[in-house]
Design a protein around this ligand. Structure first.
Ligand code: B12
Ligand code: SF4
Ligand code: SF4
Length: 255
């Protein structure tokens, strides 16, 4: 297979299951801290493939009341992302190239809130979107409402251009820094700082009666970029009050 054919096949496989895919030469990510570079994971790495999948808008729009549904999206989408990455790796292996999938969610390094390779940095390098103030990969079409997966491979694939637009900066005058304002723990600040441990501990403590660690995601959901317009206008107060009432009834706790 030529480089072009191989690239095309990989993208086709990704887009069968995912919503966007991009490719970066691994060299663009070699400026990562030691231990978190593509060559630390695969010394013969040449390319990093990054795929993303859109999180349902109806679920995001209803946060924080839809935390169970949002957490369910986390598990479902991670499964699709990881399985798609596995299939692409399998295909690349059959073509004679080593290919390592980097899991959508884990592992974290030594219990620290950091992954072995940052999907978000890889996604920016692969042209999928930008780092917004909420610290998340933000795309023009889906905003920050996406989950990511990466593959480090020694296949030499055709690269996409790194992302250049300034979506968040352009929106900042009108969004009222919704991501910062809506963070329930004050983990985000207007100068792009994130208190990762505060955010992490909140997610560990959220809903203590729940067996699963529920996800918060309000920084992701409150950003207006890429928010879908539905046919009927939203009725946030009415809907939220009703859902709140029901959830309090179901769980016996105050929301
Ligand atoms: C650990 C982790 C967390 C931690 C830390 C988050 C954070 N902001 O770093 C906690 C538990 C707090 C967390 C929370 C959340 N997370 Co999280 N998390 C991860 C995970 C597993 C690793 C991220 C990581 O390595 N961060 C640490 C790095 C980037 O920061 P650092 O160590 O301080 O590194 C510095 C330098 O070392 C350097 N650096 C590090 N790597 C590189 C690489 C290059 C090339 C360069 C130049 C520099 C560089 O840059 C940093 C700044 O100086 C990723 C999955 C993955 N493997 O990417 C998901 C991930 C980032 N999380 C995700 C999500 C959705 C969330 C939450 C919304 C919760 C949720 N699941 O709903 C919140 C959002 C918080 C926020 N606003 O950032 C998504 C983000 C999707 C998106 N649209 O961007 C990811 C990508 C998972 C996925 N598969 O989609 N998360
Ligand atoms: S996930 Fe929740 S607690 Fe963490 S930064 Fe986003 S809004 Fe704040
Ligand atoms: S809510 Fe506003 S400041 Fe926050 S990421 Fe979105 S556009 Fe940027």
């Amino acid at each position: 297979m030529t480089k072009q054919e191989l690239t095309q096949k990989v993208k086709e496989m990704a887009l069968n299951q995912l919503d966007m895919v991009g490719i970066t030469p691994s060299s663009r990510l070699e400026c990562a801290p030691e231990g978190r570079r593509p060559s630390d994971i695969l010394p013969t790495a040449r390319s990093v493939i990054v795929g993303l999948i859109h999180i349902l808008d109806s679920v995001c729009d209803d946060l924080p009341y839809s935390r169970y549904e949002y957490t369910n999206q986390f598990f479902i989408l991670n499964g699709i992302l990881n399985e798609t990455a596995r299939k692409i790796c399998h295909f690349l292996e059959e073509e004679g190239y080593r290919a390592l999938p980097i899991p959508a969610a884990y592992p974290r390094i030594n219990k620290l809130p950091a992954g072995v390779l940052s999907h978000r940095h890889a996604a920016v390098a692969a042209g999928l979107g930008e780092f917004a103030l909420n610290n998340l990969l933000t795309t023009e079409k889906y905003g920050s409402r996406v989950r990511l997966v990466s593959i480090v491979t020694e296949a030499d694939l055709e690269a996409d251009e790194p992302y250049k637009a300034t979506l968040c900066e352009e929106r900042r005058q009108t969004c009222g820094l919704a991501c910062v304002r809506n963070c329930p723990t004050g983990s985000l600040t207007a100068d792009s700082y994130i208190d990762k441990l505060k955010c992490l501990h909140y997610q560990e403590q959220i809903m203590p009666w729940s067996a699963a660690e529920l996800r918060c995601g309000l920084c992701l959901a409150s950003c207006p970029i890429g928010k879908r317009e539905f046919k009927e206008p939203a009725q946030p107060e009415k809907r939220s009050e009703k859902v709140k009432e029901l959830k309090e009834l179901w769980t016996g706790a105050k929301w």
